[in-house]
Ligand binder design. Structure first.
Ligand code: ADP
Ligand code: ZN
Length: 610
């Protein structure tokens, strides 16, 4: 049997799926050959199988380093439900259990062992690991190693040591968010210079996105959005604890099952709330970003940013918590100039180096230009992550209802000329002053003799700031990463095309009005989709019956319902109506262990329902 045949067989037998997705088989093939690999796959892209399947197939224990306990708990629960010998070591594990796990690891009886970096570097633990047969080392959420990413964790840095310590053990770094700089950093920090990289598209075709400026009554707006989606599971991100509490209280007063979550709450209460959110279908979580990486509930149907996130990466990761099951999910981002100011202020107050702060500020600016821009939401993010030829999504607010825009080609040409005449050596402020014909200091004076000095005096300063931000977001101009970023030409071809007037630059004219009526239309359309995707009549009853069986079963074993079966698997059962074990085993998402464990009960529900 070739390696990949064995991998496919494992996918089917253990997890009940018949085909690999995207780059999964490429990544798995590398690991099975014993080589290091780096994989950047979108949320829901199935990163876990990339290391779980080789860990099952290769002799020894697959070590998985993961940043969060909640994330480990869910993965281990799901693996165990599928009959895989998986365990975790974290601070919640009592010492008896810990000893049993360590013994099993040393004996090579575990397929997968999940740990936090703290656990890994605890006194003497690496020495212990040297006695264990290791199948591979997987580093989940690998972007945490980079200070250019948005979840920097200093303790991830030490993971580079593993390269020298466990020679011959293949290492796999996986993440869903890493721009080019972060990818380079993952390679150097984790000593993966020779690893093959598999970078998938960042597209999330099932996300329907929109963004709008805050109205004078942002709370009402949030209520309208949530109200139109009652009964669905959603996440609302707010920028401050205060705002979280306020929104949650408002929604609760309006009889929406809303929970607040932020770092100011007691840990037990937070765990309870996260648990309720995972378990119940219609709960709305109102949270700061403290509610984060561990969230892998598959059927989150919408994510609302009540305040803007801090970067496009953060936005994509947060909004990406919607629709992990592949079904339609909506993302709304509500932003204001105050949010941008706050992001810049936070960046400046942090403990990071000046260089890191400058990057954070630049990222906040790029996010804002994006939110307020004219680019298709999904295509914009994909280009930001370095994808070429990203096509329009056709379903976002910009695609379905393009905002009023102006032809800024000539303005763009003037701004670009100024950047060039100033030798691509100065930052935004100086370029704007130069266009306006103003001078501040000697350097400004020096450039005042250039032909571009004052060519923009007919426009007010904010227009020039807008033009430059817009060009930055389009990638026509680029900005350095240093503390005082200089503007330079990002894309020569587009610049030439702009000068020849072959490339038209369009910019949003003014603040877009809050588009409530359009929103209502979108909500209605969402509701229709739900009916179409769902079932009617007998099938709807059968689906409900399967869901209540799942709820009871999950409750009895103390795991979230999706650990038993995903919604998509239940839906496939309703569609296929398998009448015996063999047919049930062919339904996607049902592996051997689950067939054995739940087959009879599920068939009973199916037969009673038909
Ligand atoms: P992420 O990349 O976001 O970590 P996961 O590994 O959690 O994604 O996988 C997301 C979902 O997709 C899981 O429910 C998983 O079972 C499912 N999945 C992954 N790979 C496949 C596949 N090849 N076929 C069918 N379902 C898959
Ligand atoms: Zn679009």
């Amino acid at each position: 049997m070739t390696d990949l045949t064995a991998a496919r067989e494992t996918l089917q037998r253990v997890f009940g799926h018949s085909e690999f997705r995207g780059f999964q088989s490429d990544v798995i093939a590398e690991v099975l050959e014993g080589r290091d690999v780096m994989a950047v796959l979108p949320t829901g892209g199935g990163k876990s199988f990339c290391y779980q399947i080789p860990a099952i197939l290769r002799p020894g224990v697959g070590l998985v380093v993961s940043p969060l306990i909640a994330l480990m708990q869910d993965q281990v629960a799901a693996l165990r439900a599928a009959g895989v010998n998986a365990a975790r070591l974290d601070s919640t594990i009592v010492s008896d259990q810990r000893r049993a796990t360590l013994d099993a690891a040393r004996a090579g009886q575990l397929d997968l062992l999940y740990l936090s970096p703290e656990g890994l570097f605890a006194q003497g633990f690496l020495d212990f690991l040297e006695e264990c047969p290791l199948a591979l080392i997987a580093i989940d959420e690998a972007h945490c190693v980079s200070q250019w990413g948005h979840d920097f964790r200093p303790d991830y840095r030490a993971l580079g040591q593993l390269a020298g310590r466990f020679l011959g053990v293949p290492r796999t770094a996986v993440t869903a968010t890493a721009d080019l700089k972060t990818q380079a950093d993952i390679r150097t920090q984790l000593k993966l210079e020779n690893a093959r990289a598999f970078i998938d598209s960042f597209d999330r075709p099932n996300l329907v996105l929109s963004a709008e400026r805050k109205s004078t009554q942002p709370q009402d707006r949030i209520f309208d959005l949530v109200n139109a989606r009652r009964g669905k599971s959603g996440i609302i991100y707010a920028g401050t604890r205060d705002n979280v509490d306020k929104i949650a209280a408002n929604l609760s007063a309006l009889k929406v099952p809303a929970l607040a979550y932020h770092a100011g709450l007691d840990a037990g209460l937070r765990a309870d709330r996260q648990h309720r959110f995972q378990e119940e279908d219609d709960v709305v979580m109102v949270a700061t970003i403290a509610f984060g990486m561990g969230v892998d509930k598959p059927n989150v149907r919408y994510v609302i940013h009540a305040d803007s996130p801090k970067s496009i990466e953060a936005y994509w990761q947060e909004v990406g918590r919607g629709g992990r099951d592949g079904e339609m999910a909506e993302g709304f981002c509500i932003y204001s100039a105050t949010d941008l100011r706050r992001a810049i202020m936070f960046a400046n107050q942090g403990a990071a180096t000046e260089q890191v702060k400058a990057v954070q500020i630049k990222k906040a600016r790029q996010l804002f230009a994006y939110l307020d821009g004219l680019t298709c939401r999904r295509a914009g993010v994909r280009r930001y992550f370095g994808e070429e030829n990203a096509e329009r999504c056709g379903v976002c607010d910009i695609c379905t209802d393009p905002p009023v825009s102006i032809d800024a080609t000539e303005l763009a040409a003037k701004a670009i000329s100024a950047v060039m005449r100033m030798d691509q050596r100065v930052g935004r402020g100086r370029v704007v002053n130069h266009l306006l014909g103003r001078t501040g200091d000697g350097l400004d004076e020096q450039y005042a003799t250039r032909t571009t000095f004052g060519i923009g005096a007919d426009q007010p300063e904010p227009v020039w700031r807008n033009v430059i931000e817009h060009l930055l977001f389009e990638g026509v101009l680029s900005e350095g990463d240093d503390q005082r970023p200089t503007l330079s030409i990002g894309d020569d071809d587009t610049v030439r095309a702009i000068f020849r007037k072959e490339h038209v630059v369009r910019m949003r004219e003014a603040a877009p009005p809050t588009r409530r009526s359009k929103e209502d239309r979108r909500a209605t359309r969402g509701a229709k989709d739900a009916v179409r995707e769902g079932f009617k009549g007998e099938d709807a009853k059968l689906f409900d019956a399967l869901k209540s069986w799942r709820r009871e079963t999950a409750h009895a074993s103390g795991v979230p319902p999706y650990v038993i079966f995903h919604d998509a698997t239940l839906a496939a059962m309703v569609r296929d109506k398998p009448a015996d074990f063999a047919a049930l085993g062919r339904v996607s998402g049902i592996g051997e262990a689950k067939l054995k464990k739940y087959g009879a009960e599920v068939l009973a529900v199916l037969i009673a329902g038909v």
